[in-house]
Every structure is written in C-alpha cells, then in structure tokens.
Write a protein that binds this ligand. Structure first.
Ligand code: SAH
Length: 224
C-alpha cells in the first residue's frame, strides 16, 4: 500500500493526497467557503515546491522555496483567501508572490491579480509555473511591495503574505473604499492575522488569529 502510494507520487498523481488535505486540514478546521475548497482541491501544490519536497507537498506546513523563503501552509492560504471574500469582479494586489501558490488560488477566484515579489529568482520561478499552468490573469512586478503598485490606482482587495510591523500606508491608500486587506501584523516571530475594511479612508481592523510569517522587508516593512 505504501509502495503503491509512492509509485503514484513518482508518476505525479497527487490527487489522493490533495483530497485528504482538503478534508483534514481545511474542511476539518474552519474553512467553509465552497469556492476556496473547490479551487484548492483542484490546484496542484506539488507544482509550486522544489523537486526534493514534492513528497511533502500536502503536509500542512510551510516548505522552503529558495531565497530563504517558504511557501505558506495550505490552511493559512485557505484562511487568508476565505477572509478576502473574493468574487470574479475583484482586482487584487498581492505582496509577496513567493512560490506563486497563493497567487494561483487568488487568480482562480478573482478577475485579475497584481503580484509583487522582491526576490527576482522567486518571481521568475512563479511566472514560469503559472505560465505553464495556463494562468493569464496575473501581472507580476519585481520590487518592494511595501510601497504598493507603481501605478497610481486602487484595488478591491489586498493580501500581504509576509509580516508587517503595521499595515503600510501606501497599501491603505491603494485599497478602494469598501475594500478588504488581509495581512499578518506584528513583530518578527509571531503576528496577528488582521482583516481590515476600508471605510471613509480609514481601516477598521479585526483580528482572526495568531500566525507566523517571514518578514516583509522594505521601506514600509522591516529593515533589511
Ligand atoms: N504566498 C507565498 C508566500 C511567500 S513568503 C507562497 O505561498 O509561496 C513571503 C514572500 O514575501 C517571500 O517570497 C519574500 O521574498 C517576499 N517579500 C518580502 N519582502 C517583500 C517586499 N518588500 N516586497 C515584495 N515581496 C516581499
């Protein structure tokens, strides 16, 4: 039995593991949004992790992706996506492309994703995978995402996938009125997952739970 599972992995059939991940780590906890569950039940996380970690692609933990960074654990990806309450009209700004896995989940649920990554190697890796998988609704930018998208504009949703000491001012500015921002806010080590709603130019914050993210480095993040 173990041998058979191993053979399946070798041939790239991860669907059994993916199904178990959805049942155990998402549905088994507090992920209830059917669209999030469907998308994560179809998307191959193994595509986004380095070759030597493919066999661990469906364990509910972060994994190294290069540049000293990690792909977020599936439950956290699901939780942040669920909190964003996406629809197919949403234009989303994502800070911290990383492996591109979270980007892919967002791109299946929203209209267009604008994603920023400071590490060139990671952005180019994500662009390659997402291109190969046929995604056409993603714009990539390599640079400091703490200052927001270079063009002056607003987004319906913003997601930050690295820890910030506080929600960066430029991101508050680029969130449209009535929009939502999800970010891990707090010191290096442990942060609170914050959902902010923009009302009349101000952000009203709600804390979801404690989380551990790598630091967002940059002008409005942590010092390099
Ligand atoms: N969502 C990603 C998580 C990546 S970890 C995934 O699931 O794979 C956080 C990412 O933020 C890292 O890739 C890191 O390089 C990036 N990052 C850190 N500071 C940044 C900044 N100022 N601008 C853009 N990306 C940044």
């Amino acid at each position: 039995m173990i041998r058979a599972m191993h053979d399946k992995e070798q041939t790239g059939d991860f669907s059994g593991q993916r199904g178990r991940m959805v049942q155990r780590d998402l549905k088994g906890r507090d992920i209830t949004d059917p669209a999030v569950l469907t998308v994560m039940g179809r998307l191959g996380r193994e595509e986004f992790v380095p070759k030597n970690y493919k066999s661990q692609a469906y364990s509910d933990c972060p994994l190294p992706i290069g540049c000293g960074q990690t792909i977020s654990q599936p439950y956290i990806v699901a939780l942040m996506t669920q909190e964003l309450r996406l629809n197919r009209y949403c234009e989303v700004l994502e800070i911290g492309t990383g492996s591109g896995y979270q980007t892919a989940v967002l791109a299946r649920l929203a209209k267009r994703i604008y994603t920023i990554e400071r590490c060139r190697e990671l952005s180019e890796g994500a662009q390659a995978v997402l291109g190969r998988l046929g995604f056409e609704n993603i714009d990539f930018y390599i640079g400091d995402g703490s200052s927001g998208w270079a063009e002056k504009r607003t987004f319906d949703r913003i997601i930050v996938t690295a820890a910030v000491p506080s929600v960066p001012g430029p991101l508050v500015e680029q969130l449209g009125d009535g929009g939502l921002i999800v970010a891990p806010v707090g010191p290096a080590g442990v942060q609170e997952l914050v959902v902010g709603t923009k009302k009349e130019g101000k952000i009203i914050e709600r804390v979801v739970c404690d989380v551990r993210f790598v630091k967002l480095l940059g002008k409005y993040g942590f010092e390099e």
